[in-house]
Design a binder for this molecule. Sequence first.
Ligand code: 5AD
Ligand code: SF4
Length: 475
Amino acid sequence: MIDLNNLILDNKTKNQTGSFNKSGNDKKVYIETYGCQMNYSDTEIVLSVLSKSGYNETTDINNADAILLNTCSIRENAEKKIFYRLDALKYFKRRNPNLVVGILGCMAERLRKDLIENKKIVDIIVGPDEYRKVPELIDKVFETGEKGIAVKLSKVETYDDIVPVRREGVSAWITIMRGCDKFCTYCVVPFTRGRERSRKLSSIVDEAKRLYDEGVKDIWLLGQNVNSYRYDNYDFSDLLKTVAIAVPEMRVRYTTSHPYDLNMKLLETMAEYDNICKYIHLPIQSGSDRILKLMNREYSVEDYMKVMLKAREMMPDVGLSTDIISGFPTETEEDHQMTLNVIKEVMYDYAYMFTYSRRPNTKAFRMEDDIPNETKTRRLDEIIELQREMSYESHKKLIGKKIKVLLETVSKKSENNLMGRTDCNKSVIIPAISKNSYVDNSGDLISGKEYNIGDYVNVKINKCNSATLFGETEE
Ligand code: 5AD
Ligand code: SF4
């Protein structure tokens, strides 16, 4: 599951620009999103549901009538962050006693009544399958002061009929399935997000086409476990192929996948269609078969390596990334070495790396969390350092090469540069104007070419570090 930056992104959704229905309600809602891309995608659903009830989104917390935190439970630290944030929100509640504060997402599901009973500041608690109820619960607090909880998990809810309120930008997410049935022994997701269920294939394809018409250039098919997608007789490969054909000008990506469900059919489909990005995020978690067994991962290192080798054989430029947990109960130095060996052998382009966090309700919770924190952290540091070397090596190989890049944003470090991504998901920084451009004293471009977000450009890579490639166009 990516913290699809995992892709665990810890940003707030401050750049969200929803188009809200403004009729009948002058209340403003501010949402902060934590955790994985699924949460970011869910926030777009919540914004859509709210807009139907006339709520307006605000990106200014000082203006908000309701503040919602869309939360993550995956590790203890993710939850701690929310508790700190709730403490900080007391200031806003003191200033405006009518302010509604809500907890959405995995923490709502996991902690339920505890949160409402023990955190006085919290007014509403809404789990991932009950987002349709967010407006009525907020209304009720405004009208009667009554706090509300909605945390039932559903076997069928996919929010298939809801058109998410999108962020601006060239990329968009389409959630294709929800929940997880894998029950890895360390993971809370099956408990916080419930059973797997997939959206209708035709509605996913319609959404992709609509996004294309709206100017989106890059879509991510999202799910806790996308490759266990199943709708009628269609599997994930069928869906990916159908989407790729329906929007041939769009880049199509997916995340996150489980090695157990990654089959030849999927690799063949990826190799066949130019617009399916050659990028696979395939969490290995550990390089030791003994630990994988304890984690209930249902594959061996050998099985995993076979998939990776096959992927590289069929798509030589494929980008590979993974998730790794260090310090799972009973992990020995030998187990840890095996993880380091896999990192060396696969030479991942990127990895999301974590120390093990013991989560209530999970099977591993019953195991003794016997690896001291210093050992977990030291092993994690070794993993991070090795992965940094691997990323650098994989980047160095691209120096001197020409690569097609889709420009996504202005560079964080300089507004004279743009950041784009390669098909295999590497970040590339280029100057916003072409090499031989001439700009006069007032900053006007007299000759040469200026690039825009959303452009595809051919970039010659001339420099790199372990995180980023740098290059220039040759126009
Ligand atoms: N402790 C540490 N990392 C975890 N992950 C999931 N649960 C835990 C946990 N209890 C990691 C896994 C997963 C990623 C999204 O988060 O690596 O793939
Ligand atoms: Fe991913 Fe396993 Fe958690 Fe499911 S249970 S979300 S497969 S880590």
